[in-house]
Design a protein around this ligand. Structure first.
Ligand SMILES: Cc1cc2nc3c(=O)[nH]c(=O)nc-3n(C[C@H](O)[C@H](O)[C@H](O)COP(=O)(O)O)c2cc1C
Length: 356
């Protein structure tokens, strides 16, 4: 069952229209600087993030594991991540915690020298649902399985609401998160609906080390679950999937809201190196890419490498043309913000993204 669901997610994400109707990175324009006084070949994109040395401020966001297809995808992603010196997450590791024979679909990434390896569990599974919560032993097992540097706890409550087998309870998650964050370096991550400022402050109180905003603008899990419901002709779930297709907080706004004194990963709808530059300009330390690498990862590691190489090139061009010789210069680069993002940024701050 778990394996089928994971395979279905991949196939739907590759083949169907699963993105939100609007990509909010398009609402940001970085202001061109015609006199950059910068040497393109000396632009420095290295980042020290949560104690990991990344050669590009980029992470491959958590996506998969648990099936043979997922193993191949993880291997292709890891080979490319090693080559470019970037971080990588694997998908939810519940499957490995429950079935030891699936371990290698995740641990395949151990064959590569990665600067940052991120294990993954779901926040809903931190507490008892129909199934028992993760035990400490299970968390220890999956963390060690990939020699992880960090543990993502993902928040996907919209998906849980729409998917047929969803977990419906979130009471007690905060307390459980606090306990786990006391034992592991936890990154709290959304999966396409973003974190509000209230949520970010709560996460900080729980002791997480960083926030991965996973905002609205790219992959919509309401959309993915809509297609799964369609396959089994579940009209109610289909209807909810449509209704909540565009639910959430736009990624760039969530980056602003999550400025609570923790490092932020900007993610959700990143397509290009220019989008990555915008995420960093908005206050993210690094950016996370998921679905836009998936089809390449299904094809070959060369295909992923070509995509990352293009992202790197366009990040550097954006830095050059904003007179940013290093990532610090890019933070706070001048920009114009259009609607609808502009209104989102004014919720807690001014239109330039400065919090009041
Ligand atoms: C096929 C697929 C599977 C995913 N599985 C997971 C997962 O297991 N755990 C998780 O934290 N996020 C998962 N995600 C969410 C991504 O990490 C990311 O937060 C989200 O897709 C938004 O980024 P994007 O717009 O770049 O795709 C998955 C995404 C896709 C496309």
């Amino acid at each position: 069952m778990i394996e089928n669901r994971k395979e279905e997610h991949i196939r739907i994400a590759e083949q169907r229209d699963v993105t939100s109707d609007h990509n909010y990175w398009d609402d940001i324009i970085l202001v061109h600087q015609a006199l950059p006084e910068t040497d393109f070949d000396r632009i420095d994109v290295r980042s020290s993030f949560l104690g990991c040395r990344l050669k590009i401020p980029m992470i491959i966001s958590s996506m998969t594991g648990g099936t043979e297809l997922a193993k191949r995808i993880n291997e292709n992603l890891a080979r490319a991540a090693e080559k470019f010196g970037i971080g990588m997450g694997v998908g939810s590791m519940r499957a490995a915690a429950e079935k030891k024979e699936l371990a290698d679909t995740f641990s395949v990434i151990n064959g590569f020298n990665l600067p940052m390896k991120i294990a993954n569990i779901g926040a809903p599974q931190l507490i008892d649902q129909e199934k028992k919560a993760y035990s400490f032993e299970q968390i220890e097992y999956i963390f060690n399985l990939i020699g992880a540097t960090h543990l993502v706890v993902h928040f996907n409550f919209l998906q849980e609401m729409i998917q047929p087998e969803g977990d419906r309870n979130s009471r007690g998650v905060i307390k459980a998160l606090e306990q786990i964050a006391g034992s592991y370096p936890v990154i709290a991550k959304e999966t396409g609906n973003g974190f509000s400022r209230e949520a970010a402050l709560e996460l900080k109180d729980c002791g997480v080390k960083a926030i991965d905003v996973g905002g609205l603008g790219g992959t919509s899990f309401a959309a993915i679950e809509y297609y799964r419901a369609e396959r089994v002709n579940d009209q109610q779930k289909m209807s909810s999937g449509k209704t909540f297709w565009n639910w959430g907080i736009p990624s760039p706004a969530s980056i602003q809201y999550c400025q609570v004194g923790l490092p932020v990963i900007g993610s959700g709808g990143l397509r290009t190196g220019l989008d990555l530059a915008k995420a960093i300009a908005m206050g993210a330390s690094v950016g996370g890419f998921a679905r836009n690498l998936l089809a390449d990862a299904d094809r070959s590691s060369e295909s992923v490498e070509a995509k990352i190489s293009q992202i790197l090139r366009d990040l550097k061009i954006a830095m050059f043309l904003t007179a940013s010789g290093k990532l610090d210069d890019l933070h706070g680069a001048r920009r114009i913000v259009y609607e609808p993002l502009k209104s989102w940024l004014q919720l807690y701050g001014d239109a330039n993204g400065q919090l009041r």
